[in-house]
Design a protein around this ligand. Structure first.
Ligand SMILES: [Zn+2]
Length: 131
């Protein structure tokens, strides 16, 4: 009986355990899937962020969005022979070149390949290439 009492005394005198409730979600992991990518370092940042927390570069590039990668790919597939995706991506010089040689159908073939590449490209790659 005395031994049990001794143990109880020790336990009640022991320092209270560290609180279990530790904040779980860190802000960086909490970024929704709809976030954008930094045009400089390619790291995923909040869609509302104007400056990349990773490299500090201003991240607002309204021309480049998740949607624009798909749009560029579709343009490459359907109007690629006219360089539409090149104009869309701001590569005007290449677009003109495609347009000039569209009658050879070579640009159309290249565009098909480029369209597939665009679809397969990760968004951060796309953002780094066409910003
Ligand atoms: Zn960055």
């Amino acid at each position: 009986m005395e031994e049990v009492n001794a143990i109880n005394t020790i336990e009640s005198n022991a320092p209270s355990p560290v609180p279990v409730a530790v904040p779980v979600a860190t802000p960086l992991e909490n970024i929704p899937q709809s976030g954008k990518f930094c045009s400089e370092c390619g790291s995923k940042i909040s869609a509302k962020a104007e400056i990349c927390p990773n490299c500090g570069v201003r991240a607002s590039s309204p021309a480049i969005s998740e949607k624009s990668k798909t749009t560029a790919a579709l343009l490459a597939f359907f109007l690629g022979g006219l360089g539409a995706h090149k104009f869309y991506l701001g590569r005007t010089g290449m677009g003109v070149l495609y347009l000039v040689f569209c009658w050879t159908f070579v640009p159309a073939i290249i565009s098909l390949v480029e369209g597939i590449q665009l679809l397969g490209m990760s968004y951060s790659e796309f953002a780094m290439k066409y910003r």
